[in-house]
Design a protein around this ligand. Structure first.
Ligand code: AMP
Ligand code: ZN
Length: 462
């Protein structure tokens, strides 16, 4: 498989450290609110990648974190902790807020057929590991203490900025006026924050009561579960300039070498061509789509139609079109289930090869979907059904649950009309054309039309 590595800005052939196994870390949700459809797009991407790897025969060891502490209102170190803020606003304990939104997140991803990674790790379950990590960084000279926390000294890490390829001086010039004058460098970031007495989440540490920075959780948990080097790290593109840059700095400072072989990032979802934001009232949840009559898998289909590295503009028009296409796809697949035609083997083989080639080319799922549509242009056949189900291991659209189109509704045809139609059909079989025509006229006079097929007929309201 070829994957686009954000670090090299190139498609590279995936070569896992251990043959046959892919280790993968995915930045998970911050559970202070409902996941919106933009967040969910990023996890659909993660899921497609996992399914594609599995289809290629790899075993997976995936870790996803659940951020329930330390993520401040800005991705840098500004503002309140998102969890603490939500807890204060809703008069709940942060643990209650986290448990509530984690459960809804897990339900949402299940509804989207997004498989849970093998390990799901909560930040607050790893406070001791994070403290040990920060201590090790301080010991190695990468961390220093100020009156409000422990900071990473990016001056000691000259490669800082290599993922985003941002010039540090430009970043600083563009940065807002620095409030924290104790920091050695404006881009130094918090590894650990000292907590004021009233702060709602705090733990004892060598630096007094406090709480971890957001970035340290991913460095700590990825190393704990996946070791010093892992194969693939995923997240949304917004993570590139701060969160992942900081993760790289921490991890490489600690172990002394590269810790991630392939960085992969999902592009953003826009709404009506613009940014999705709560203040604009254009962040939708899966439940809100359901209220408008869209199934979760209609939304998944909508996501599948765009390459993960392309911005995807969400509109209800686009979602409706996806719903229509998704329904048609299911109907076509279901029609193949019991069909006894036989598809030439070269047609099936070409479809399988084209599908795999598309998926293995940096997850070109829109092209792979196109291969399925092309295959379905052939006469319905059980072998096409089986091929579609094999493709669906990657697509994740539950095509095996697709229902055949309902039989045409004839229930509203009154019995006496049916009786006339039956009599006419018998006359027709007996080649009594005069009688057959007379009965057809009678049906027409009563407002019904008969459409003849070779050995059957249908009646319709005229
Ligand atoms: P958060 O819960 O804020 O940490 O975000 C969870 C995931 O959603 C992260 O991987 C973000 O990069 C991603 N994300 C946030 N907004 C969007 C968006 N509009 N489109 C796609 N992904 C997003
Ligand atoms: Zn992360």
């Amino acid at each position: 498989m070829k994957v686009y590595n954000t670090l090299s800005r190139q498609k590279e052939t995936l070569e896992p450290i251990k043959s046959g196994l892919v280790t993968m870390y995915s930045c998970g949700p911050t559970v202070y609110n409902y996941a919106h459809i933009g967040n969910l797009r990023t996890y659909v991407f993660m899921d497609l990648l996992r399914r594609a790897l599995r289809a290629d025969g790899y075993k997976l060891k995936g870790v996803m974190n659940v951020t329930d502490v330390g993520h401040l209102m800005s991705d840098a170190d500004d503002g309140e902790d998102k969890m603490a803020k939500a807890a204060a606003e809703q008069h709940k304990r942060p643990e209650e807020i986290a448990a509530y939104y984690t459960e809804i997140f897990m339900r949402d991803i299940a509804r989207l057929n997004i498989g849970k990674p093998e390990i799901v790790a909560k930040a607050t379950d790893h406070i001791d590991d994070m403290i040990a990590y920060v201590e090790a960084l301080v010991e190695k000279g990468y961390g220093y203490e100020t009156s409000d926390g422990i900071y990473f000294d990016i001056g000691k890490f000259p490669e800082y900025g290599k993922l985003s390829r941002l010039n540090l001086d430009d970043q600083i010039a563009g940065a807002r006026v620095e409030v924290n004058t104790e920091k050695r460098h404006p881009a130094d970031f918090a590894l650990w924050k000292k907590a004021p007495k009233e702060h709602i989440m705090q733990w004892p540490s060598p630096w007094g009561m406090g709480y971890p920075g957001w970035h340290i959780e991913c460095s700590t948990m990825s190393r704990k579960y996946l070791g010093d080097v892992l194969d693939i790290h995923t997240g949304g593109v917004d993570h590139i300039p701060v969160h992942h840059e900081n993760e790289i700095a921490q991890s490489e400072a600690l172990v002394g070498h590269k810790t991630v072989d392939y960085w992969m990032h999902g592009e953003f979802m826009l709404v009506d061509g613009g940014k999705m934001s709560k203040s604009l009232g254009n962040t939708y949840t899966l439940d809100q789509l359901a209220e408008r009559g869209y199934e979760p898998l209609d939304f998944r289909y909508f996501c599948l139609n765009a390459h993960y590295r392309k911005k995807l503009n969400f509109t209800f028009e686009g979602l409706s079109a996806a719903q229509t296409a998704h329904r048609r796809l299911k109907t076509l697949v279901a029609a193949c289930r019991e069909a006894n035609a036989v598809t030439p083997s070269d047609v099936l083989e070409k479809a399988r090869a084209d599908f795999r080639q598309a998926v293995d080319d940096d997850l070109n799922i829109p092209l792979a979907l196109g291969v399925l549509w092309t295959l379905l242009k052939n006469p319905p056949a059980k072998d096409i059904y089986e091929t579609a189900l094999a493709f669906d291991k990657v697509l994740g659209l539950s095509l095996d649950k697709a229902q055949a189109a309902p039989a045409p509704q004839i229930d509203d045809i009154p019995d006496e009309i049916r009786a006339i139609a039956e009599e006419r059909f018998a006359a027709r079989k007996a080649k009594d054309w005069a009688k057959s025509d007379a009965l057809r006229d009678e049906l027409a006079a009563r407002g019904y039309a008969v459409v003849d097929a070779k050995d059957s007929y249908t009646i319709k309201k005229a």
